[in-house]
Ligand binder design. Sequence first.
Ligand SMILES: Nc1ncnc2c1ncn2[C@@H]1O[C@H](COP(=O)(O)OP(=O)(O)OP(=O)(O)O)[C@@H](O)[C@H]1O
Length: 496
Amino acid sequence: MAMTRGESGVQPPAGAAGGLVCRGLTKSFPGIRALDGVDVDVPYGSVEVILGENGAGKSTLMKILSGVHGPDSGSMTLDGQEYRPATPKAAIAAGVAMIHQEMNLVPGMSVAENIFLGRQPRRRGGVDYREMTRAATDIVRRVGLRVDVTRPVGSLSVAAQQQVEIAKALSLEARILILDEPTAALGAEESERLFEIVDELRADGVGFAYITHRLREVERVGDRVVVMRDGRRVASWDRADVDVDTLVEAMVDRTVDQVYPEPRAPESGELLRVEGLGRAGAFSGVSFTLHRGEVLGIAGLVGAGRTELARALFGAEPADRGRIVAGDRELEIASPIDAIEAGIVLVPEDRKASGLVLGMPVQDNVALPSLRDLTDGGVVRRSRVRDMARNLAQRFDIRGRPGQAAGTLSGGNHRRIARRPGWSSGCRCRTTSHCPRCVISPTGAWCGGRECATWPGTSPSGSTSVAGPARRPARSPAVISRRRSSPSGFRSGRAW
Ligand SMILES: Nc1ncnc2c1ncn2[C@@H]1O[C@H](COP(=O)(O)OP(=O)(O)OP(=O)(O)O)[C@@H](O)[C@H]1O
């Protein structure tokens, strides 16, 4: 049976020579030049880390290498031969495979069936399950995975699923592996296991193109690092020749005096108090206080209940015990609508599946939580949707056109859209009740370039008045009194 190359797996050409060489790659989408003359090399037996801010062009580059897109111009060679895959299948046939952030596995099928999808071993006109199980077990062991390969792949952890993907690519004789933010959904231990797999495969001669936002991974796994910005390759170094500050400066194109902000004492002004929150079978006894301007980290092992807590605060799976208090008001959060009304929004971990409608334009995605305020007589007012989308795009630096399908934006832009606030909760303009131009800042709301509301406990200059009286806008006391008893800080989108 010619399924794999046998237990030794990948057999790149002898020596370190060869691999992928790309020169002058360009790629444009309507209204944007995603790649502008990019050079990149992925030799065998090494790890080329590709760094860059959101929208820098990293995924577009990787999609070209793996046959998803064709370049507009530029050249690619693999082992000195012209390489121009028309499809991912053609790329895999040439030995180049991409492991996507979102796994390409069929959850209901077994590990073995996923690995041999479309190329199952046959015997007497049917699938040879015994041989498939044996071969799949050998393959997953190659990446250190010890699971029953007859289990549905959806029952495995994300880390194990990723190992199945890598094993599958190796069984397809991939010699160049492209990893797109492979640790994004992994915990520390799982990430370390992945690094060990990368180490082992690199020693075996596999070449890696490794996209990440995590700078410490450059040091842990990288041999070289390439920094991209605005579709261009702006710098590259051998790993030993560069430090974190230099990398950050190359990514953002300015001097960075401080990579992490100074830790600071919580500001006055309690926004949210959670007391003894729990949901049967998910989590229990969670209490914390969140202050204005504060970022509260919630840590825990996989299965500890972090996601469940976030979903309970957002009303997606409401808590069944405990209290959520904002100011002097106890919140009843039984659904996401209640949470959005209270100014609480959730950016889900799986933003593509749960946070966005990928086929829908950016502006409609942004408008979804606020439809009630954008509707007159049952009809959505497109001009309000457009105004609001324009305003939020500026505020959150969403790059792309309002009419562009959300699914075609970069991963960072997905995050920005998914954290759109409930608009009705944010607008405090005193000229109209549904002003789509009202911009919410940490200190208040601005409309037409002037401040139209100030949040209690802050001063218009942006500094927090620790014990000062709440400022009210001249003509909307009712709105602000509602505001005083609600967790306004969440509306700025800063808490999550
Ligand atoms: N299919 C597409 N249609 C239209 N524009 C696209 C498409 N794919 C990418 N783009 C645009 O190309 C630019 C580069 O996107 P890309 O996904 O390559 O960036 P990235 O560096 O991978 O970002 P991130 O780290 O946020 O994923 C972005 O402005 C994005 O909106």
